[in-house]
Unconditional design. Sequence first.
Length: 325
Amino acid sequence: MRITILSGGVGGARFIRGVREACRRSLAGTSPKDEITAIVNVSDDMWLTGLRIAPDLDSIMYTLAGESDEERGWGRVGDTSRVSSELRANGVGWPWFTLGDLDIGTHLSRTELLRQGLTLTEVTAKLTSRWPLGVTLLPASDDETETHVRTDNGAIMHFQEWWTRHRARLPVAEFIYSKVEQARPTPNVLEAIRSSSLVLFAPSNPIVSIGPILALPGIADAISETRAPVVGVSPIISGSVVRGMADACLSAVGVATAADAVALRYGSRSGGGLLDAWLIDESDAALAPDIERAGIRAAAVPLWMRDLDTSSALASAAISVGLNS
C-alpha cells in the first residue's frame, strides 16, 4: 500500500508519525519506508540571516527522527540558542524568532546545498538520510513561494511574523500565497498522488499548511483525478483548534471553527471538491449528517493524539475508512 499525506506543522508531523507506527504494527515490523510519502508545505519557508529556513519540513523531520522538542513544540530537543542570542546582540535577524544552535546547523546545511545547485527535494533527501525516518519527505515545490499576510490596515508581512511575533492577533484582510502561480509542484509530488493507494489530509491548518499546497498549479487536479480514496482528518475538535491558532486563520477567510465547516471548504470529490471521507472527533458526531449530505463520508473517532498509541489508532482509523470508501 502506498500512502501519500499532505501535511504541514506540528500536528501534521505527529499524524505522520502515527501513520508510520500504524503501518509498522500492521506490517509486523517490516519497514514501510517506500510506502509512505509526505508532501510538505513550503510556504512557511523564508530567507533569514542569509539562511533558507523550512519550518514545516524541519518539524516533520525532527519528529520522525525522535529529535523534536515536544514540550516547546519546535526545534531540536536539548538545543541551545547561543547563536540566536549573539544575532540579537548584533541587531541582526528577527529578535522574536529564535533558532536553536543545532537547528541553525540544519539551515546552514540546506543553504549550502542549495547554493551548490541542488533542488530543495534533493536537499531534503540528503538531510533526512542520516535518520531512518520510514517516510519519504517531499517538498510540495522546489520553487520559492511564501505565505504573506495583509492586515486590515494594509500592512503586508511574512506569515511567520504574523504568527510568531504577533501571535495571530492582528486582524487579517487576506492571506497571499506569494509567487504560487509561477511555482510548480515537483514531478515526484504529482507521481506520489497519482500512484497512491490512499491520500490523507493531515489535521494541519487548512489555510496556511494545506491551503498553500493545494494552491500550487496541478495539485488539486491530481487529487481530484487520482484513483485513490482521499480522506481528511479534522484539525477542529468541539469547535476548538487542536493546536496553534488555526481559528484565527479560518475566521479571516470566513470559515467557522467547526469540523463540518472545514470539510465543506475542502468539498466532496463527487461535487468537484477533494474529499471522499472526513474524520471527526466523537464529540462532533452530531455533525456527521451535514457532512454526509455534502457527499463526504463522515466517521466519528477519537482524534486527540496524546501519545504514539493514540496517534497510531487515529492513523489506523483513517486508513480503514479510506480502504472502505
